[in-house]
Design a binder for this molecule. Structure first.
Ligand code: FE
Ligand code: FE
Length: 191
């Protein structure tokens, strides 16, 4: 790897592999989701992901490279973790929250990968490629935010600890961090 173009080529191959892996996993995530809203979100993102793969093909043509030939090991691991959640049994809302946590790790990986690739494309003067990468990056970010919103609704009625009812009414703001994710302790002390 002797220059930034070669690095960009490697990054595109990695993302292409990552997108194809998550494309196969998303229908399984949708099937495992209990909330209809979450199911829909996974299905919508599956359709978007098809577009992401198409864009990468377009990018590869533009750069005169092949997008194939690499396996993204990070996505392999993230999908594997998603599989563990799918096989898990338990309270519907808690399983959904676990699916969202797994899915958001994927989105964050993609956001990071697309951000790096876009910066490289810009540095190389590949404006069209940079724009295509940014388009996908925006969709990954929007999905991430949507999942945060859905999770807030889902955890509002989720049981907090063994033997306790949910704290439906206890307000959600104090129970979330700035990003809107539920706090790891599940909010107010209920002892
Ligand atoms: Fe994607
Ligand atoms: Fe994505």
């Amino acid at each position: 790897m002797d220059n930034l173009f070669e690095l960009l080529e490697e990054q595109i191959k990695d993302i292409y592999s990552a997108e194809n892996q998550i494309l196969k996993a998303l229908p399984k995530m949708a099937k495992a989701a209990n909330s209809l809203e979450l199911k829909k979100a996974f299905e919508t993102h599956r359709a978007e992901t098809e577009q992401h793969v198409k864009r990468l093909t377009q990018i590869a043509e533009q750069l005169k490279i092949k997008p194939t030939g690499k396996k993204c090991k990070a996505m392999e691991g993230l999908v594997e973790e998603g599989k563990e959640v799918i096989e898990e049994e338990g309270e519907d809302s808690v399983i959904d929250a676990a699916l969202i946590a797994a899915a958001q790790k994927v989105e964050h990986y993609e956001i990071s990968a697309y951000g790096s690739a876009r910066a490289l494309a810009e540095k190389l003067g590949e404006e069209e490629v940079a724009d295509l990468l940014q388009e996908t990056l925006d969709e990954e970010s929007a999905t991430d935010e949507k999942l945060t919103q859905i999770c807030e609704t889902i955890v509002a009625s989720a049981p907090l600890r063994e033997g306790e009812e949910s704290e439906d009414e206890s307000g959600s703001e104090e129970d979330s961090d700035e990003e809107g994710r539920p706090s790891p302790r599940g909010g107010r002390e209920a002892r």
